[in-house]
Design a protein around this ligand. Structure first.
Ligand code: GAL
Length: 668
């Protein structure tokens, strides 16, 4: 069994099962029903520590052995997890310093999950201990296909602990990074408000200050916390590699998670997986353009582009910063959905039932965006504790729920393995996200909202997109879009300049290259090291409250900027549009210098118009799609999707509500 063996000829399905939640006499019948449903994978044990080691050093494997054997007997492949999101009570009470601190300096108590600090040396020791024990027990088991480390790093705002072990480790991490306090004080701009340090021990996490904390301090704390997560996982990965050869190792990342640098944390994994909950996502992550009416429209499906964006982020994750793929990665362009919503969720303010057809539409879309496996959360609805309101494939009473019927009806062979050949790259970077969101300056906009607005515009033009790290290899793309990369180092500027000089058009959103890697602004202002390439400098920026708009007018039409408008002083670039009225009256709003276009105003229709112009000139086909209709291409096929709750006409066809069709690419 090698990882390559797990790259299937077509989409495969799985589920997340919890044998520890049900009596042992259910294990064999569940495994049989899972096989009969056409599932291939079962993920287990991510929260099972208290049953695996009920008392210190006293392991009880019998129940998990029996459950794994039951799956094996049905030919199901097991994804085994390290159970570290849930250290048991005996461990926490013996070592309370494992617990993390919230941003108000309070201990985050035992009694749910993810109650640990990634930097805790004691917890690191126990994480290695339980990982070793599990890998020794199951690492060579023929049913075990691979491993998931922990569960959803960062979930419930757990990336950063603001006291205890993290607070103790932070100064040493800074000393290793900066060498001297002079260098740190300079990098953080600590002369401002007399924040200069004279001893490393004076430095604390960036919380509980009287007013806002220094953004450079926040940026480095985010980097530090991210490094702790990467280290924590690397320790598990090293043990799993040693004791469980020829098995894959992955982690299940989250929807729009911001707390750590996912590219760093993914290093060392074989492929990424993520957990897809489209209806909950709509409540929490819709950008301002998705208003209440649209949220109602998509309440039972989620928004197609919000889901697609996450697929594309995780498809691109393993390419990392160099774009070359990771050593050992079996599917550098593949990923799994480790947890796929298959009914109601329980954690959003409102949790509507999915529309008929939504579960199969979500599954088909995952395939079209590169998923090799879709695994439903969860097999049977929980009958106890925090998640009793959440659906599974089976209801509480073990009868098949609505998602089950849709999974049963799926033809997995419709969805062959194969590459996605996107011609447009959209650049993403967690450090820019941290800086942007620390000082939004216009409360309605955020890094994700600005980025997703560009992504939605591309998808509504029928364009497939690779979401890649801002420093990745850009050769081969017809167009590169940098919606919100506010941190541009000299190296990044050189990298982009090289791509543009090699012939690639680049489109940048507002705030591009406003900040240095230290979190300051450039001494020569925005665009810092990118100024020559852009042929302009920032002149003014304006923050617009939700009811205040700023007209923009030019060759492509007249638009209203919302939330953000910035203008430029030209130094070689030409203006494609100007602001009309208000304090920016007459100043350039959209500029072009050779192959580089900068859009200074936040307006979805303006963004769409500029993208259409640049894509068309670059020879990328543009097909404006009706609301709710989306097309995605993979392996020579096209998935045509209708996410609308009503039939929709497209390209001479009438698409039924909440439905999809798979067609040969040549036929569309
Ligand atoms: C995920 C988590 C699962 C479960 C699920 C409910 O975030 O990994 O354990 O809680 O949400 O939707």
């Amino acid at each position: 069994m090698t990882h390559a063996d797990t790259v299937p000829p077509h989409l495969l399905l799985g589920t997340c099962d919890y044998p520890e939640h049900v009596p042992p006499d259910r294990w064999a019948p569940y495994a049989r029903q899972q096989r009969e449903l056409g599932l291939h994978f079962v993920r287990v044990a991510e929260f099972a520590w208290s049953r695996l080691e009920p008392r210190p050093g006293d392991f009880n494997w019998a129940w998990l052995d029996e459950a794994v054997d039951a799956y094996h007997a049905q030919g199901l492949r097991v994804v085994m997890c390290t159970p570290t999101p849930t250290p048991p009570a005996w461990l926490i009470r013996a070592h309370p310093d494992i617990l993390a601190f919230d941003e108000h300096g309070r201990v985050r108590e035992f009694g749910s999950r993810r109650h640990y600090d990634f930097a805790s040396p004691v917890y690191r020791e126990h994480s290695r201990r339980i990982t070793r024990a599990m890998a020794e027990r199951y690492g060579q088991h023929p049913a075990v296909a691979g491993w998931q480390t922990d569960n959803e790093f960062g979930c419930h705002a757990t990336s950063r602990s603001y006291g205890g072990a993290s607070a103790e480790r932070f100064p040493a991490w800074l000393e290793a990074r900066y060498g001297t306090l002079d260098a740190l004080n300079h990098a953080w701009g600590n002369v401002f408000w007399s924040m200069e340090y004279t001893d490393w021990s004076q430095i604390r996490p960036p919380v509980l200050t009287v007013t806002e904390v220094n953004p450079s301090h926040v940026l480095d704390y985010a980097r530090f916390a991210s490094a702790m997560i990467a280290e924590f996982q690397a320790e598990q990965v090293a043990l799993l590699r040693e004791l469980s050869p020829r098995r894959f190792i992955t982690h299940n990342f989250m929807i729009f998670e911001s707390g750590f640098d996912h590219y760093d944390v993914a290093r060392g994994l074989d492929f990424a997986t993520w957990d897809n909950y489209p209806t909950g996502m709509l409540e929490f992550f819709a950008p301002p353009g998705v208003d209440e009416a649209l949220k109602t429209h998509y309440a039972r499906t989620g928004h197609p582009d919000l889901v697609a964006f996450n697929h594309d982020v995780y498809r691109g994750l393993m390419r990392g910063q160099d774009g070359l793929g990771r050593e050992g990665a079996g599917t550098p362009n593949g990923f799994w959905v480790m947890e796929q919503q298959c009914g109601q969720v329980n954690w959003a303010p409102y949790n509507p039932l999915p529309a008929d057809g939504a579960v199969s539409l979500w599954t088909a879309q995952a395939w079209a965006h590169g998923a090799d496996v879709v695994s439903y959360f969860r097999w049977r609805a929980a009958t106890m504790a925090q998640e009793v309101m959440h659906s599974g494939l089976l209801r509480h009473d073990e009868t098949p729920d609505r998602g089950h019927a849709e999974v049963q009806a799926l033809d997995q062979t419709l969805f062959p393995a194969g590459p996605i050949r996107a011609r447009v790259a959209l650049l993403h970077d967690y450090e820019s996200l941290w800086l942007y969101d620390q000082q939004k300056h216009a409360a309605g906009l955020s890094y994700w909202a600005q980025t997703v607005t560009y992504y939605m515009a591309l998808r509504s033009l029928g364009v497939d997109v690779d979401v890649v790290h801002a420093d990745t290899d850009l050769s081969g793309y017809a167009v590169v879009v940098a919606p919100a990369i506010t941190l541009v180092s000299a190296g990044r500027a050189a990298h982009w300049t090289h791509a543009v000089q090699a012939g690639t058009p680049l489109i940048c959103g507002p705030r591009t290259a406003f900040r240095t890697p230290g979190g300051a602004t450039w001494d020569d202002g925005q665009f810092g090291p990118l100024s020559d390439l852009v042929g302009a400098r920032l002149h003014q920026y304006d923050s617009l409250r939700p009811t205040l708009t700023q007209p923009v007018t030019g060759l492509l039409g007249t638009f209203d900027a919302t939330f953000w408008a910035e203008s430029y002083r030209l130094n070689g670039a030409q203006a494609l549009a100007h602001y009309a009225g208000g304090p920016l009256d007459g100043q350039p709003a959209v500029i072009r210098h050779g192959r580089v276009t900068v859009i200074g105003a936040h307006s979805a229709p303006l963004i769409s118009a500029v993208l259409t112009d640049v894509l068309t000139a670059a020879g990328v086909p543009v097909t404006p799609l009706p609301e709710g209709v989306r097309v995605s291409r993979r392996a020579g096929r096209v998935l045509v999707q209708n996410w609308n709750p009503e039939p929709t006409d497209w390209n001479g066809r009438r698409l039924p509500p909440v439905s999809y069709q798979v067609m040969e690419e040549a036929s569309v």
